[in-house]
Design a protein around this ligand. Structure first.
Ligand SMILES: [Zn+2]
Ligand SMILES: [Zn+2]
Length: 137
């Protein structure tokens, strides 16, 4: 049986289900992700769009299209208008067939989502100089 991973936005207005294992798990440190997520890096998993189901019973889902991208293709960033949580991004380089979802929306079971790749890491390096972890960690 294929595993379903269920999550929601902060207010609970939007439910999301990812079916099966993610194709990739990574942290993106680009400036769009930094601003959009409120974190130094954004935690992202890649799925085929067909394996991602968004339930939006109160029509809270909004979209912001990022047009100035490194790839030259727009990115459709979808978020909850009720609480501001980012739900997913559809990079139009892939005609909407690839969904970059936020595993941070899951309610539990992050075991298949451990990021093992960082992209645009030059930004991370620039911002985390002098931010060494101590021997405790
Ligand atoms: Zn919400
Ligand atoms: Zn990014």
């Amino acid at each position: 049986m294929t595993t379903e991973h269920k999550g929601s936005c902060l207010c609970g207005g939007i439910q999301i289900t990812f079916t099966g294992a993610p194709k990739k798990n990574f942290i993106c440190y680009c400036s769009d992700c930094r601003k959009g997520s409120g974190h130094l890096g954004q935690f992202i998993s890649q799925y085929d769009s067909d394996d991602v189901k968004v339930t939006d019973k109160d029509s809270n889902l909004k979209e912001f299209v990022v047009t100035a991208t490194k790839s030259g293709f727009p990115k459709r960033k979808q978020y909850c208008g009720g609480c501001g949580s980012t739900i997913l991004t559809l990079p139009m380089k892939h005609n909407g067939e690839v969904a970059m979802v936020r595993p941070s929306l899951l309610d539990s079971d992050f075991s298949q989502f451990a990021p093992n790749l960082g992209i645009f890491g030059d930004v991370k390096t620039e911002y985390t100089k002098g931010c060494e972890t101590d021997e405790f960690f």
